[in-house]
Design a protein around this ligand. Sequence first.
Ligand code: NAD
Ligand code: TYD
Length: 352
Amino acid sequence: MIKKTILITGGAGFIGSHVVRLFVNKYPDYKIVNLDVLTYAGNLENLKDIEDSSNYIFERGDITDEKLIDELFAKYQFNGIIHLAAESHVDRSIADPNQFIKTNIFGTVNLLNAARKHWSPDFDDKKFYHISTDEVYGSLGDEGIFTEETAYDPRSPYSASKASSDHLVRAYNHTYKLPTVISNCSNNYGPNQFPEKLIPLVIHNIKNNKAIPVYGKGENVRDWLYVIDHARAIDMVFHNGKIGETYNIGGNNEWKNIDLINTLCEIMDRRLNRVNGESAKRITFVKDRAGHDLRYAIDSSKIQQELNWKPSLQFKEGLEKTVDWYLNNEDWLTHVMDGDYEKYYDKQYHKR
Ligand code: NAD
Ligand code: TYD
């Protein structure tokens, strides 16, 4: 018997695919509906291992399409939503913000409106879970850490669109009592991440003897969390997170970009049987990202204490696993690196 029907948006993307897999495997009595429009970042190959599961359904569609979302709510009678669909890459948002505003803001409002319409007046046993980022809090100097109380200060079109969607989710909770919950997570890494983001891009370029582009001096700091640990946290917040609350999720694992890149170079030298130091020769300092946030750091003590979550993997172990995954999944990389991505890559890096 089906206990719950859950809509996961953006389930063909990097984090979404790990969340879909976790839920499909862990909850055979839930029906999981994955709604994804399959942008350049969405890839059904990420879900090959579970696509035939009887509790899994894929719907191709756009979260900004009002009629479609209304029809899906009527058809499936969702009990919960885990909303991950978004445009997610800062550099693309700098080059062209409009799609970020459309998907991240209008798409979220569209889902909120449908949930309000279809769930009213009885919100019992319903939950609208919005997945967000630590980037909404802005940028830190050498000191400090983001808590759930840190004031929002987004500084890129991406983070501004995510901040806007977070505010709207809170507004629907406050105004209409829609049962919402939000989590804000730091940088994820692991299998299936599109190779425009730092870690898979560096692995790919080292393997193919291409330059490793480091923005500015490589001194920007990010906190890194293994994607499966994020998926575990999402499971806990979805089931046990308190309505109206926000949970920060992070790895307590801050790295300067240049140190992280050097570590990846060492791992790759070992994996590819290259002389130690060979890959690092490819490090190339390029023009800095416009408005580049210096440092993100997350205080995740609330989710650790209240929901008993903690990261399971040490970073070095996670990086080694990640490198191995990309080296063992060449087909996946070849398939996602299609002509459109090559065009984006040329525009982004060869103009420098
Ligand atoms: P991603 O870019 O890999 O995947 C996004 C998915 O959303 C893709 O499958 C894409 O096809 C889909 N999508 C995009 N627009 C859509 C639309 N209009 N309708 C339906 N589907 C659409 O992103 P990700 O890295 O997996 O991030 C997922 C979520 O987590 C995002 O909301 C992001 O802001 C948030 N987040 C990401 C990170 C990170 O480090 N990657 C960290 C914190 C929070
Ligand atoms: P990214 O993976 O794009 O994530 P975010 O901008 O959301 O943190 O970038 C991580 C860090 O790496 C960020 O400080 C920018 C930097 N970076 C580079 O130095 N070179 C690159 O080619 C990319 C994509 C990122």
